[in-house]
Design a protein around this ligand. Sequence first.
Ligand code: GLU
Length: 421
Amino acid sequence: MNFYKNTLTNMNKAAKLMDLDQETLDTLSHPQKTLMVTLPVRMDDGHMEYFEAYRVQHSELRGPFKGGIRYFPNVDLNEIKALATEMTFKCAVAGIPYGGGKGGVCCNAKEMSEGELERLTRKYVQAVYQIIGPNHDIPAPDMYTTPQMMAWFMDEYSRLVNQYSPGVVTGKPIEVGGSLGRGTATAQGGAYILEEYMKRHNMEIEGVKVIVQGFGNAGSYAAEILHGMGFTIIGVSDSKGGVYNDDGMDPFHIMKSKKEKGSVQNYDEGTNCTNEELIEKSCDILVLAAMENQVTEENMKNIKTKIILELANGPTTAEADEYLSKQGVVVIPDILANSGGVTVSYFEWLQNQQAYYWPEEEVQTKLKRVMIESLVRILDFQNKHKCTMRQAAYISAFDRLDKTKKLRGSGAHLRCKDYYK
Ligand code: GLU
């Protein structure tokens, strides 16, 4: 499945349902700017390696471009365009004053040393620093990029512009201007949504069985947070495979075991399975926290769950989404479910702008409010248009984007001076 086409399909479906102005749809169907570069990086053994890197600036209608950077072997322009587009919609869903962007480097971060990753990150900043900035484009972590890399990013950018600039990137460690609660924000935001959704539908947490695909930043914290709330975690997986136990497992213990064994597999109290097998097992809630294109036309008929919570970006294709919704499966879409990450990125950026840092409690209260308001607005649109939750989420975003575009007038979406530099 072509990820960018899939995103356009989601947009088109929602646009049709709400009878969106064609010009707004057309404008948002084209990323504003795309940068493709090659980064030459000196490897530890002395040879020079050449990495393809991207930054796609999709839309700055509602504010500076915002979105993470991923380091992953299958990164290509199509994927980054899709992810950048999704960021525009995600920020609009959350009602935060940002547009959307995304970056990526085609590399295998797992096999690179700390020094190689630092040199790669600094090279990336050197390639993009003229088109980013705290009021222009603000990157963040994504797959296989870490708070440490964001610290190097901030350091290199500050050096190049000769000005301490913590607000150029979010997801930084606390000591270099990060926000409390950013590390867990994607998972925590998803948990707030799930809790509120279940409350509104009179569903109990007790005895509810959860499977989490992906054990990175989003998935591992999701398993821990949901376990802490009283859900039963019956399966988890990482890139090497999954582990399963219908009686429930403690994700904190799985994390400990993963640190020793290099994978969630071979955990003492579970049985190994493949990633494909894991997501087809029967459960009440399936948390997709790995990557795009996991539930597709090929396996959608085998999915045996009641709710899918998308913490990854694009894990369910448009066809699978529609099919599952028809079967009565509630798919809580990525642009809502994982928007807690970028929302706390926004809080981090606000704190950087003010050089004044908030206690964790304030971050959590504000995050919870944004998540619940976004959900309620989407449920209202869903009720009005009788559509899937994903379509309602796109409608919620389009509604804001369309109003902004009309208020800004015909000059909107075009930077003048220096834009083509
Ligand atoms: N990479 C995350 C996402 O896909 C976070 C983006 C951000 O914080 O800017 O939403």
